[in-house]
Design a protein around this ligand. Structure first.
Ligand SMILES: [Zn+2]
Length: 199
């Protein structure tokens, strides 16, 4: 008999199976699923549309001091396209092999992160833990096509200001060694003008 799968893994595989591939991501199914998981974790779920059909799913866990700046745990729900003929297993099957490897578009970038946020908080809440600061999980659309219809618009909206974010986490990158990669100040832009006058 196969060992029982950890529910966190089961939820991750469910998330992978929702086809949010650009250019036609299934945000309707994704939003409905995130609502179920968010409420199961004890969160308050709100959906904000940046544009019609472009949902930002906000799952909030109020802290004991709601006046403090909040922690924003951000992730994007869309994934890049696939060439299925080059895949060992169907890219949206979330196939798990005998070694425990899970195959699917979005496993690294970045549905793993979104589900880890949710499962970590769900677990802590089940243990009766409370948080000082409010935590918001934001699941944004369209990062893989530049975010203009996702985060870039969301940050201009009153619904974003209302979150009162003080610190945010977002995706990193897989590291093939036993180290973890962190991006430090990655979003600070340095504009460099290069002028070539020729001879
Ligand atoms: Zn990504």
């Amino acid at each position: 008999m196969a060992a029982k799968e950890d529910p966190a893994v089961t939820h991750f595989r469910e998330y992978i199976r929702i086809n949010t591939m650009q250019p036609n991501p299934d945000y309707v199914s994704c939003t409905a699923w995130l609502r179920i998981r968010g409420e199961a974790a004890g969160g308050e779920v709100e959906v904000v549309e940046t544009f019609p059909g472009k949902p930002v799913v906000v799952i909030s866990f109020p802290g004991t001091r709601p006046e403090l700046g909040t922690l924003l745990l951000n992730s994007h729900t869309d994934v890049v396209p696939v060439f299925p003929e080059h895949w060992k297993y169907e890219p949206f099957s979330a196939h798990k092999d005998s070694e425990g490897n899970i195959y699917g578009r979005g496993t690294q970038d970045m549905k793993c992160v979104g589900i880890q946020y949710l499962e970590a908080i769900h677990r802590m809440k089940k243990q009766g833990k409370t948080f000082t600061r409010t935590i918001h999980l934001t699941f944004v659309p369209d990062e893989e096509i530049g975010g203009e219809t996702g985060m870039q618009e969301f940050v201009k909206m009153p619904e974003f200001k209302k979150l009162n974010a003080a610190f945010a986490l977002d995706e990193g990158y897989a590291n093939p060694t036993d180290k973890f990669s962190l991006f430090y100040g990655e979003r600070c832009v340095w504009w460099v003008m290069v002028k070539c006058t020729g001879q």
